[in-house]
Design a protein around this ligand. Structure first.
Ligand code: KIV
Ligand code: ZN
Length: 504
């Protein structure tokens, strides 16, 4: 009989450790709700001791998502564990995930402790977790570069003190697939009591092997895979959930295991995470890249026209990509609009629906036809936006050849209009400087990206900016058929997040 593989999603924890990524509580909650629809088994919601917003996110997710296990990370010390326990208090099924390094390299250079001391800390920490929950995951950090006998001893001690899941992280993404699955076999054969716990695998992608390592480990008997949406995570990231899901589903006849993932939610989950994190997806990314289902070469197109099975092992519909051809335009009514939203999986409250319909109508007026990507951009960038403290009222640009660009911007703040005019290197720079003059927020632009949401001259431009305020990166998003307006909206959106976020 096929074995179930538990999917432990770490997008909101390891994923959020990716360079330059910062999600606020509302954004984390939105992703958590989508992970619920994707039907992951465990949501690792954050690292509560690391910041107020991580603590709040774990608390809120625990309160609102009742049918999933919610995990929180804690280093192997009482302060971290108590904070994780506290944040998880309201969870229906809380998991404390505690970790300490096991490799000699980490013991010597990072912990400056002996092997015996670290075993003692591991034991005490796992024991402490029991104050809060019976679901305890223990990770031996840098497991793949550790002495195997010492690693087995550490896991044995974790089991004796109450760990129910043993995680085997390939922290630096160094292991080769056969080596990694060999390590799982070694642990299965050498750790006393291992038959009573779940082995989890957590692979980083530094050498591009995270997914292969995870699949081979599951083949060897690991029962839980830790992964993240679009593979986001520290450095080169973690194993990508969409690849794990589709490998297991596509090759189910050859692999003796399955997941409970609802793969029809893959496309939507991937696009939500990309949009909220600002981490764009490479066009050739497996499963969710925009070319994953495109066929350009004549010989491939010929084959596809004769029979899809010639060059297609996955169908776009399998992962929830729409094949719908219904056109929405300026003559479309509310009924068709609501139906398309429902078909696309959006659940809006009355207020959001009202705003979305108004926005759709004004965009359709300018653009004519509104496609699924436009619709997605409206919902993700405008309707679910945080409260606007600063609100764009108008902008005027003077720009051209041999002319220093000048921007005049009017921003509403608590019902009053504030205006500023500034020169700059181009209209975007001039506008950002004018906005700085009004908001008086000391932030530095660290990234700017513009992307066409759909095809054609009238495509919506989606702008993402990352600004740094007191060492924390904040992402702002804006859309418009006018790219200067989209840029200004993105910049103001980031400023609003700075004002809203208690962590800065
Ligand atoms: O990669 C790693 O080792 C981790 C641990 C905290 C499990 O993320
Ligand atoms: Zn990790």
């Amino acid at each position: 009989m096929a074995n179930k593989i538990y999917i432990f999603d770490t997008t909101l924890r390891d994923g959020e450790q990716a360079p330059g990524m910062h999600l606020n509580v509302k954004e984390k909650l939105e992703i958590a709700h989508q992970l619920q629809k994707l039907n992951v088994d465990i949501i690792e919601a954050g690292f509560p001791i690391s910041s107020n917003s991580d603590f709040e996110a774990v608390k809120e997710i625990s309160k609102l998502i009742r049918d999933k296990s919610i995990a929180a990370l804690a280093r192997a010390n009482f302060k971290d564990i108590d904070s994780a326990g506290e944040a998880l208090k309201g969870a229906a099924n809380p998991v404390i995930h505690t970790f300490i390094s096991s490799s000699d390299i980490h013991l010597k250079y990072q912990l400056n402790k002996s092997r015996e001391e670290v075993l003692e800390i591991a034991a005490e920490s796992v024991k402490r977790c029991r104050k809060y929950t019976d679901n305890i995951e223990f990770s031996a950090m840098d497991a793949t570069r550790s002495d195997k006998e010492y690693l087995a001893k550490m896991y044995e001690i974790a089991i004796q003190n109450g760990a129910t899941v043993l995680n085997v992280p390939d922290t630096v993404g160094y292991a080769l697939p056969l080596e990694y699955s060999g390590l799982i076999k070694y642990l299965l054969d050498n750790v006393k009591g291992i038959e009573n716990v779940i082995i989890s695998v957590h692979c980083h992608n530094d050498l591009g092997l995270a997914v292969a390592n995870s699949i081979l480990a599951a083949n060897m008997g690991a029962k839980q895979i830790e992964c993240s949406v679009n593979g986001v995570g520290e450095r080169a990231g973690n194993a990508a959930i969409e690849e794990i899901a589709l490998i297991i589903d596509t090759r189910k006849k050859d692999l003796n295991f399955y997941t409970d993932l609802n793969i029809k939610e893959i496309a939507r989950t991937s696009s939500l995470v990309s949009s909220l994190t600002g981490y764009l997806i490479a066009p050739n990314k497996a499963i969710v890249g925009k070319n994953a289902f495109s066929h350009e070469a004549g010989i491939h197109q010929d084959g596809m026209l004769k029979d899809r099975s010639t060059y297609e092992i996955l169908k776009p519909e399998d992962i929830g990509l729409s094949s719908s051809k219904l056109i929405l335009g300026k003559h479309s009514g509310r009924h068709a609009f609501v139906k398309r939203l429902v078909d696309s999986g959006y659940e809006l409250n009355d207020n959001e629906l009202e705003k979305a319909f108004e926005r759709f109508k004004s965009l359709a007026e300018k653009k004519g036809v509104i496609n699924d990507n436009d619709l997605k951009a409206i919902i993700q960038n405008e309707i679910r936006k945080e409260a606007e403290y600063f609100k764009l009222n108008y902008y005027h640009i003077l720009s051209g050849t041999n002319l220093k660009s000048t921007s005049t911007v009017g921003i509403e703040l608590k019902g009053k209009l504030f205006e500023a005019v500034h020169f700059g290197d181009g209209p975007v720079d001039a506008s950002f400087k004018a906005i700085d003059q009004i908001t008086k927020i000391n932030a530095k632009l660290v990234d700017y990206n513009i992307e066409a949401v759909s095809e054609g001259k009238d495509a919506i431009g989606a702008v993402k900016v990352v600004i740094n305020c007191n060492g924390v990166n904040v992402l702002g998003r804006g859309i418009s058929t006018d790219i200067i307006e989209a840029s200004i909206k993105a910049y103001i959106n980031a400023m609003n997040k700075i004002v809203e976020n208690k962590d800065f």
